[in-house]
Design a protein around this ligand. Structure first.
Ligand code: SF4
Length: 626
């Protein structure tokens, strides 16, 4: 019977730590994945202990490390490098391997020390090396870096640069577990696996040399000299210094190294909520665990006041924006059958529709007549609509009406790619060329796969949703970020959702704003609500404002909560009142429909003590606030 679920990074440098896990822990299951995926498994309770990037441990905030074991370096590490054709300090862009957040944060810190702040472009590992040209360098991690040794004229070895800066070892990864998940006995079994695995380094290097074609002696040296496998006092000091430096730059939450079985940590008094609120209201980056504490322990008034302080600092003009646009659901035919959705109709259903050009034209003309600036176009996943249909539609819309086109959520983009057998980047590029201006953040629901599997079994997984947004941002398309909570999600799931969006925002800066709303449970939906209602909504929005130190705007969701709650939400961190909605079929199909016009929105904003201004999708003011 499996008693411990172990997850580890598959890289060569990690292998001495997990190779003998089946021997030392015969009752454990062992799965291998990328550093990012391993961290996700720990966070989402798919693993009990994970060999994962230390930066992810800091971001989660409730993680203990197994003492004595790590993957680190005291000097050159060889497998975490920035490479380029031109001098590193002159680079204008860095293509980032997103596999390990630790390396990404360390790279940012070291480049800032060099006095350079290149633009970072997040990419999948296989795409990175080909990106190096001119003033564009690349951060390459793991086995890929070993394969590219001596291939580029300029190399910044991050382990060496850290050591030259601090005189301390650097720790890239460690065995991590959520608090209380493993005990000292299990930690000692991992130590035994390490002991056995280190004795196998010669064999592991030889096997890898044969499989990869790399030089065996060089790999021997890598595993014996470059990589250090200890987590002792010196490594702990290096790790604490890394957390400190990253927190100073607001790249990571405040973090301390906590070890499994550390008696002093177990009796440590948790930080007072007042202190946490104070740090949050000053804009300090919070961990998922800290966000969860604010969500569950702070009073509604206090968390709202802290969010309002952040809103006031980010938007000192006292202006609340809104947009005049229209949500058009161009088709309700959908193959996905989300359990929370009362809007869709399966293929062939008598009530299935695709809006005609005549109907679309009528709706868009009404928007133009009302002084609107944009169409929000979303629909079901209709297998009968090909990419040419969308391209023709977008060209016609843009040629006929002076309106922005905020269209197609990531799920729809993925769907088009699947039926056309095209990569997401090609789909987005073609649609962008045809007139797509920005991408709505719909379909995110909760970006935790356990929840997604329950509420929307066939919808894309969280990493796929984020990946579409990453590509969109890289192509210059801005997007919103959203959350629909209140199904089977827990407060922790909600915080992990915010964390994933925040990390992508660190990479791309492409999200303009965040909106959240609770699940609308009505006839036609097939899942019971949990933790919904006004108080939860206000708390959720306020905590999101506190977690999102890197997102400029938070919008009040009056369409689902009603205008009264929307108005109160302006004192819980929101600086935007959303949209003058002409219609919103997905929500109104579930029974929730509020409509107010622009004059009423402006009245609500003024009553709350702010000056209203109309905006566009980029949040530029289109009217002078009065
Ligand atoms: S929420 Fe969207 S993807 Fe899910 S069933 Fe409804 S229309 Fe389809």
């Amino acid at each position: 019977m499996v008693t411990v679920r172990v997850a580890a990074v598959g890289y060569l440098n990690a292998r001495p730590l997990w190779d003998k896990v089946p021997v030392a822990m015969p009752e454990a299951s062992l799965s291998l994945a990328s550093p990012r995926e391993v961290a996700r498994q720990l966070a989402e309770d798919e693993a009990d202990v994970a060999l994962m990037p230390v930066a992810a441990a800091a971001a989660f905030g409730d993680v203990e490390m197994v003492p004595g074991i790590a993957i680190g370096a005291r000097g050159p590490v060889r497998s975490v490098v920035i490479v380029s054709q031109e001098p590193i300090a002159s680079l204008s862009e860095i293509a980032l391997d997103l596999s390990s957040r630790t390396s990404v944060v360390l790279g940012r810190l070291l480049l800032r020390r060099l006095g350079t702040a290149p633009k970072f472009l997040g990419m999948e590992p296989g795409e990175i090396a080909s990106q190096v040209a001119g003033s564009r360098g690349a951060l390459i991690i793991g086995d890929a870096a070993l394969a590219l040794e001596n291939k580029f004229p300029h190399v910044l070895d991050l382990g060496q640069a850290w050591f030259e800066w601090t005189g301390l070892p650097f720790v890239f990864a460690a065995w991590c577990a959520r608090e209380g998940r493993i005990d000292r006995a299990q930690a000692s079994l991992l130590a035994r696996a390490k002991e056995l695995g280190l004795e196998e380094r010669g064999r592991l290097a030889a096997e890898y040399a044969q499989a990869s074609g790399l030089d065996a002696a060089s790999l021997q040296s890598y595993l014996h000299q470059s990589i250090r496998y200890d987590l002792g006092d010196a490594e702990r000091a290096g790790l604490e210094r890394f957390f400190l430096e990253a927190n100073r730059e607001n790249l990571l939450p405040r973090a301390k190294v906590r070890l499994v079985g550390d008696a002093s940590a177990q009796v440590a008094v948790p930080e007072a909520i007042d202190s946490l609120l104070s740090r949050a209201s000053q804009g300090e980056r919070l961990s998922a665990a800290e966000g969860e504490r604010l969500f569950t322990e702070a009073s509604l008034h206090e968390v709202g006041a802290a969010a309002d302080a952040v809103r006031a600092r980010k938007h000192p003009e006292g202006v609340v924006t809104y947009i005049v646009d229209r949500n058009i659901n161009y088709t309700n035919v959908c193959t996905t059958s989300c359990r929370f959705c009362a809007f869709y109709r399966p293929v062939g259903h008598a009530e299935g529709y695709v809006l005609s050009r005549e109907v679309l034209a009528e709706k868009m003309q009404e928007v133009v007549d009302a002084g609107g600036v944009q169409i929000l176009l979303q629909g079901g996943l209709n297998p009968n609509l090909r990419i040419e249909w969308y391209e023709d539609l977008f060209r016609w819309m843009k040629q006929t009406f002076p309106l922005g086109l905020h269209a197609l959520s990531p799920e729809e983009i993925i769907h088009i790619g699947e039926i056309e057998n095209l990569p997401v980047e090609t789909v987005l590029s073609r649609l962008h060329a045809a007139g797509l201006d920005s991408v709505p953040g719909g379909g995110a629901e909760i970006l935790v796969d356990r929840v997604r599997k329950v509420i929307a079994k066939t919808k894309c997984r969280s990493e796929a949703w984020l990946s579409v947004m990453r590509v969109a941002h890289r192509l210059g398309l801005r997007s919103s970020a959203t959350m629909m909570y209140g199904t089977t999600d827990t407060p922790r799931d909600r915080m992990l959702h915010l964390l994933k969006l925040r990390e992508l925002q660190d990479e791309t800066g492409g999200f303009t704003a965040f909106f959240c709303w609770d699940y609308q449970h009505e006839q036609g939906t097939h899942i019971l609500p949990s933790q919904t209602g006004t108080e939860h909504y206000l708390r959720m929005q306020a905590v999101a404002r506190l977690m999102f130190d890197n997102v400029d705007h938070v919008g009040a969701s009056w369409v689902t909560q009603g205008p009264d709650v929307g108005q109160v939400a302006l004192r819980f961190g929101a600086d935007d009142f959303g949209s003058v909605m002409f219609e919103e079929n997905v929500v109104s199909s579930a029974g929730t429909t509020f409509r107010i016009d622009a004059a009423a929105i402006e009245g609500r904003i003024r009553e709350a003590g702010f000056r209203p201004a109309r905006r566009n999708v980029k949040y530029d003011w289109l009217t002078v606030p009065e």
